[in-house]
Ligand binder design. Structure first.
Ligand SMILES: [Zn+2]
Length: 345
């Protein structure tokens, strides 16, 4: 898939504004073959670049429960969905307006810091910032879906020996050029990395983009050293945000998200791949931005300055509310976190 997904240069991006992408029906679960139930319809491309609406179905097999995009683009057209993705384009708007809003954002965050620290949200954010690896001994790390390489850069500073994979050749070239980090292009099984070679593998907001998440998990197991750690985060299909915003929830991210998970469905899939799951839960750190973008999608108009500022406060308030709600409803956080080990022989 990697070569087909060598993304467009800027002129092609322009021609892809409001592009048409083929969508093929997916009537049954491609992980277990069972039929499903539609859980959301009427989802549009949140970036507004692709024509069409999409749905998600949830597998009715109680031993699976994975959600899948229906219909979905064929692999040879998926590049269209990424040609205008936020990792490839800059947001519109003047530099001054963006810089002023960014400054206001920093001030708001600073003002909220005492609350953030006292409630425990900061501790959780720090834990996720290092994909839970800050208390692990540094070793050899692979980040699958490394994007712009921010996590790899951070972990390298902490003494880890890092490598990354991504199916976006532009992204991997940039990471190597900027940070001197070794990268591989393509889906993980295509990269053919040596067996038993990594102490840890991270997949931050990656597994939902894959056509075959089970194959990738099996490959993670193969290339991890015995006792090695796999850490994954992904949007939680059972989150408060998904319930509140329906088709406008940013987590659907159609047609780029091909599968979505709850804590239980991802825990099961990870166990079925042969891992021992040591932590499986939801979390709210960083949820503010998802709330803000979902709300913006819902309003479907350009926001004024005061609107944008109001949304910043509102997003943090929602994140805090969600964090507190998890005390009574632990499965309601914005994202799923799974930590799993490859059993030692
Ligand atoms: Zn299934």
């Amino acid at each position: 898939m990697g070569e087909r997904l060598e993304y467009a240069h800027s002129t092609m991006r322009l021609t892809l504004r409001m592009a048409i992408i083929t969508s093929n029906p997916r009537p049954s679960c491609d992980l277990c073959g069972s039929v499903g139930k539609v859980v959301q319809t009427g989802i549009t491309d949140p970036d507004g670049n692709l024509v069409g609406t999409w749905s998600f179905q949830r597998c009715s097999n109680p031993g699976c429960g994975v959600c899948w995009l229906d219909p979905a683009p064929p692999p040879d057209e998926l590049w269209k969905a990424y040609a205008t993705y936020h990792t490839h384009t800059r947001k519109p708007g003047s530099r001054i307006a963006k810089a002023t809003l960014s400054f206001a954002h920093r001030l708001i965050k600073l003002g909220l810091l005492p609350l953030w620290v006292s409630t425990g949200l900061k501790r959780e954010a720090d834990y996720l910032r290092y994909m839970t690896l800050n208390s692990e001994p540094a070793g050899k790390l692979l980040d699958v879906g490394c994007g712009g390489g921010r996590l790899l850069k951070r972990m390298k500073k902490c003494g880890w020996q890092v490598e990354g994979t991504d199916f976006d050749a532009q992204a991997t070239q940039r990471v190597t050029a900027r940070y001197g980090i070794r990268t591989h292009v393509g889906d993980l099984p295509q990269c053919q990395l040596p067996a038993n070679s990594f102490d840890a593998i991270t997949m931050s907001q990656t597994i939902e983009h894959l056509y075959d998440p089970a194959a990738t998990l099996h490959e993670c197991l193969r290339i991890l050293k015995p006792g090695g750690l796999l850490v994954m985060t992904t949007p939680n299909v059972d989150s408060l945000g998904a319930n509140e915003f329906g088709a406008f929830w940013r987590g659907w991210e159609a047609p780029r998200h091909l599968h979505l998970f709850s804590v239980e469905s991802l825990r099961r899939l990870t166990q079925q791949a042969g891992f021992e799951v040591i932590e499986a839960r939801t979390y709210s750190a960083g949820a503010a931005v998802v709330y803000r973008v979902s709300r913006t999608n819902q309003r479907a108009r350009k926001l004024s300055w005061p609107d944008e500022l109001g949304l910043l406060f509102w997003g943090y308030r929602k994140e805090w509310h969600e964090y507190r709600t998890q005390k009574s409803h632990p499965q309601s956080g914005q994202n799923v976190l799974i930590r799993a080990r490859k059993l030692s022989l």
